[in-house]
Every structure is written in C-alpha cells, then in structure tokens.
Design a protein. Structure first.
Length: 405
C-alpha cells in the first residue's frame, strides 16, 4: 500500500517552547512540520522546502511576522501558499496589517490546540500536497474515520506553555572532564529503570560515544545530516542503533581529516524534535565546547549537567561556564554540576567547592583510572561493569532523581 503524501507545514516562531508544542500538535495529525526560530531562517526554509502552509508569529525580533509575510509573497513559488499569522495582539488594526501583508488567516495566542488543528484542516482540505512522490511520512496518515491511539503527552490546554519529554544535556567544562562517561552511564541507568532512553552523540568535534562502546554503526548522525532537512525525521529511526534493552544510540563518527559535522544552530530544533518523545528520555552528549549549536541544544533541555574536575584551572573555567549558563539557560531547565574525581585524592571540602563555584554540586563521582580503563576496554558502561562501585551507585541515584523531577 502506498504511503500517503503529507502536507508540509512551516512554523516560524522565536519561542522554542511554543514552537515545540505547535510542531507536536500538527505532527500528531499526520503533517510533516518544519520549525524556524527567526524570520530569516523561515524565509530560507520556505525557499528550499516549498511548504504547503506557513504559520508565522507576528511579534519576533529582527524581522516580525508582517515583514515575513511581505517577503514570502514576493517569492513566485509562495505567491498563493496560505499563511496563518500568530500573535498575542488581537486589535483589529494589527489583524488588518497582517491581511495587508499577505496573511490568509489569523490566530491569537494563546490558541487552543483544537482550534489550531481545525483551522489548518480547513485551509488545507482542498489543497493537494505539493511534495514530490518521494516525500513520505514515517507512518501513514490516519483517515478521519480511523481510531486515533494517541500515545503522546497531553498537550497543555493552550499553546503557551508545556513540557514535551525529558531532555538532559551533558556538557564538559573542559576536555577530559567526564562528560561522555557521564552521558553514557546516565543513559544506561535511565534505561535500566525501565524508561526508553536515547543517547545522542552531539559532540561534533570528537564524537567519542561510538569509540567508548565499540559501536560499528558507521552512518548515524553523519547520514542524517547529509540529507535535506525536511527528510531528517524519515532517516532518524533508521539510524538509531539499539545497544541494550530500552537503551538506544544515535551516534556520529568523526574522521580526523574531516571538519565537524555540518549542523547549524537554527537546524537543531528540527533535528531534536523527532527524538523528543513522551515518556522517554533523551540524553545528549554535547562535548566540552560551548558552540552556537550547543547553545541551541540547551534551549531544548529540561536538565543541563556540567561535568568538571576538581583542579584549580578547571574549577575557574567551570565557574565562568556555570555563570554563563545561568544567564542563557531557559527558565524550565535545571542547571546541575557534577565533579569527576579520577584521582581518588580530592581534598577540597564539598562546601568550599560550592562556595568557589557559586553553585551547588549534585555529586562527586570517584572513578579510578583502573575502573575507567576496564570499562572502556570492555566497551560497557561503568554502571553495568561494576554496579556496586560508589560512582555507579551515585549515577543511579541521579537517574532516579531526574526521573522524579
């Protein structure tokens, strides 16, 4: 049976949470949805992806929704594409301005999900998808008379708030701080609790997860990023490798002679969206460089965990990093610090460390070089190799805390 072609919808909104929710609501209805967090990014996607419908927020910095409408209408291929404008403004003058700019319909935020879906269906019901025959959804679109088994987290009553899935970003304060080790062991512990967990290796410079776990899945993220952005959701499931029960991996494979993988900050939203699933955990190894891509990842995170070493220079760097992250992290995210003690001889009192960092420490994990080498040589997480080790016990406790958070 041929899989139906889905309408492609482009949503442009500078608020990550709102964008997430709108994407999730529309994806549940079987639409292919692309997200953009600025007018400039939205215009670029409109030109390259040729969507069937554009939804744009009116109030955005740099380029507002009205200007986006005007520019879209100047593109020959977008001249007759329907545009719905979102805004918190409901005055008649602003609506008229939207219509004058080229909008076909208008929704005032906060918007009920049912109203959003109904409005989209009404606009698209008599418009066949423009996508080519090769543009497919990863599953068939359900007909209206088929029962819909919704396994997703209930969306909040209005598109203004809402948490979708659990995303934990792990970042090293410097190289060798234990970020990859912690990400692997945290993901393994979350999976052992019984929560389906995907570990995404987004260290685009080094990408060590595959090396640590001796995984031969040679495509992964590399293959996904080589495809057109609108097709990423179709390839993600195929590139996820199963490591253990409830423990999945999405790896990248770095080649020393090549540059970092080609991922732009504005593309992060569309990469992560298919991986953020209700009732499941997504753990992201961000490496140790706070790049623009990593900052875009952090905007999606519910938990941000910084790994550091108890050394003078490392602690000074960590203090600056934590202060910066406190300033840029989304309000929903909890920022936590983990110390890896690979020497077993840390003599600095816990309270003194917290005072120096101006931030609480979630745990100090003692991991001996022998334990670390043994786990790497056997290509298994430390929490599985030696579950009674103090570090293993602490990591499992952290996983329990994050699950209950």
């Amino acid at each position: 049976m041929t899989t139906p072609i889905a309408h492609k919808i482009l949503v442009i909104d500078d608020h990550p949470e709102t964008l997430n929710i709108i994407q999730r609501v529309l994806q549940q209805q079987g639409y292919t949805v692309l997200g953009a967090r600025s007018g400039f990014r939205g215009l670029a996607l409109a030109e390259s992806e040729n969507p069937d419908l554009v939804m744009v927020d009116g109030m955005m910095p740099e380029m507002d929704g009205w200007e986006v409408c005007r520019r879209l209408r100047k593109m020959p291929e977008m001249a007759d594409i329907p545009i719905i404008m979102f805004t918190a403004v409901d005055e008649a003058e602003r609506k008229l301005a939207g219509f004058d700019a080229g909008a076909d319909d208008y929704l005032t935020k906060p918007t009920e999900p049912a109203e959003l879906v109904e409005r989209v269906k009404t606009i698209l019901e008599n418009r066949p998808p423009k996508a080519s025959a090769e543009t497919r959804l990863h599953k068939p679109i359900m007909k209206q008379d088929e029962p819909i088994h919704d396994t997703s987290t209930p969306v909040s009553s209005t598109i203004a708030l809402g948490k979708i899935g659990g995303v934990t970003a792990v970042l090293g304060a410097r190289g060798g701080a234990g970020a990859t080790t912690f990400a692997i062991n945290l993901a393994s512990s979350l999976a052992k609790i019984g929560n389906v967990t995907t570990l995404l290796d987004l260290d685009l410079v080094q990408g060590h997860v595959a090396l640590y776990l001796s995984q031969k899945h040679e495509k992964g993220l590399n293959n996904i990023l080589s495809k057109p952005e609108s097709k990423w959701p179709q390839f993600i499931e195929a590139e996820i490798a199963k490591y253990d029960d409830d423990f999945n991996l999405l790896l990248n494979h770095r080649e020393p002679e090549n540059d970092a993988l080609p991922l732009e900050p504005e593309q992060v939203q569309n990469l992560l969206q298919p991986l953020i699933k209700p009732g499941q955990n997504l753990v992201i190894d961000c490496g140790h460089q706070l790049t623009a891509v990593v900052e875009s990842v952090l905007e999606q995170a519910d938990q941000i965990i910084v790994c550091l070493r108890p050394e003078r220079v490392a602690l000074a760097n960590a203090r600056q990093l934590l202060q910066h992250l406190q300033a840029i992290a989304p309000s929903k995210a909890q920022l936590r610090a983990i110390i890896f003690d690979f020497s077993g001889q840390m003599s600095i009192p816990h309270a003194s460390l917290e005072k120096f960092l101006s931030h609480p420490i979630m745990a100090v994990l003692p991991v001996s070089p022998a334990e670390m080498n043994q786990a790497v040589n056997k290509s298994i997480p430390l929490v599985q190799m030696n579950p009674q080790a103090k570090a293993s016990i602490l990591i499992r406790q952290i996983a329990q805390q994050l699950t209950a958070a």
